[in-house]
Design a protein around this ligand. Structure first.
Ligand SMILES: NC(=O)c1ccc[n+]([C@@H]2O[C@H](COP(=O)([O-])OP(=O)(O)OC[C@H]3O[C@@H](n4cnc5c(N)ncnc54)[C@H](OP(=O)(O)O)[C@@H]3O)[C@@H](O)[C@H]2O)c1
Length: 337
């Protein structure tokens, strides 16, 4: 049987790599990675090419509409896992997908459950893409995945897990708000199922592995590591105060992504840590179907197993290339000063 042609934007990124692995594991897809010309030489993209995956050049920020349409030729399902700053660059992609006759567009979701309309800037940018998709009458699936296991843990006093913990998370409020969590490695395995499922056409889907409160996650880490973890609490009022300051700083310098990142991070804490948006129940209220309803036989990776990998020094570090690029850029800047 002919394999379904799937185009993937962002295959070199964290979510994109998980999706790529999920599609490869599934085996029923012919994958075309749509890659920025400036990134063709990135080690992850070179590795894709070497493994036999077709790479097509696509620059969402600079290519003409005709060029984007041409890059999508023959693609039946179009997936985007463009990084956080690139959400609005998907607007021309949606329009081109309609012209190119794409049968299902899956723009970049892959965040927690958040209602649109002022709670989170990233969610609102995604909503712009979703709304254009609907205006175009382009068949779609919007997929969110809860919060990754990989960024759910605080650091340990011993420094044992510093190699893989990117952010030393605080505990929001009393830490008793439940939140849907997913191992990043499962995201792609879910996506492979969702995109060939007729039940998910023109639907929003929440895929998730397990639901935990922050207090439970901290208790789990202490149990697995045999170390007491310092609990740094942050109240709703403190978070709201910080958000106001971060917003002002970001507005004063809209081109500085790091300033915007503080806004993004704080809005996440308020959404999943305080408001309690990121639950399957709220997702269903917002109109999502969940992976538990769709795929009851799916065997999710367990948070406890991930905690053991983390403590054993066996977890995969995330954003390695990005961190190396940022370090090199910082060093270059220092040399020039
Ligand atoms: N649920 C969670 O816990 C969680 C955690 C982190 C992120 N996320 C979300 O997941 C989504 C994907 O983010 P990520 O962090 O996985 O991505 P990422 O690792 O930053 O990778 C971004 C990818 O997008 C590509 N890209 C960026 N701008 C592009 C453009 N203008 N045209 C074409 N390609 C472009 C990059 O390609 P190059 O090779 O050209 O650089 C790269 O492959 C975002 O919505 C993010 O907010 C969710």
């Amino acid at each position: 049987m002919a394999r379904t042609k799937v185009g993937l934007v962002g295959a070199s990124g964290e979510t994109g790599a998980s999706i790529l692995n999920g599609l490869l594991e599934d085996g029923s897809f012919e994958i075309i990675a749509l890659v920025r010309p400036s990134s063709m030489s990135r080690p992850s993209n070179v590795a894709l090419k070497d493994s036999g995956i077709e790479l097509r050049a696509l620059d969402l920020d600079n290519d003409s509409q005709d060029k984007i349409v041409a890059a999508l030729e023959g693609i039946e399902i179009l997936l985007s896992a463009v990084g956080a700053p690139g959400q609005l660059s998907q607007l021309p992609l949606a329009t081109a997908a309609k012209t190119a006759g794409v049968k299902r567009f899956v723009p970049c979701g892959y965040v927690t459950v958040i209602p649109p309309g002022g709670v989170h800037i990233l969610r609102d940018q995604k909503e712009e893409v979703y709304n254009l998709t609907r205006r175009l009458n382009l068949p779609y699936t919007f997929i969110d995945c809860g919060w990754w296991y990989q960024i759910s843990f605080p650091k340990l006093p011993s420094g044992k897990i510093d190699y893989a913990v990117m952010v030393d998370n605080p505990i929001c409020g009393k830490g008793d708000v439940p939140s849907a969590l997913t191992d990043l490695r499962d995201v792609g395995r879910y996506v492979a199922k969702v995109i060939r499922d007729e039940r998910t056409l023109n639907k929003m889907v929440l895929v998730y592995d397990e639901v935990w409160t922050q207090k439970e996650v901290w208790d789990l880490l202490e149990k697995v590591a045999g170390e007491k973890v310092e609990r740094k609490y942050v109240s709703q009022e403190e978070l709201e105060g910080r958000l106001g300051e971060y917003k002002k700083a970001a507005e004063a310098d809209p081109t500085d992504f790091m300033k915007m990142l503080h806004v993004v991070e704080t809005q996440y804490l308020l959404s999943w840590g305080v408001r309690g948006d990121n639950t399957p129940e709220y997702a269903k209220y917002l109109g999502y179907i969940t992976s538990k309803e769709l795929y009851p036989d799916f065997k999710p990776l367990k948070l406890e197993d991930f905690a053991r990998e983390l403590v054993a020094g066996e977890a995969k570090e995330i954003y390695v290339e990005m961190k190396a690029m940022m370090k090199a850029a910082f060093e270059k800047q220092q040399q020039q000063q």
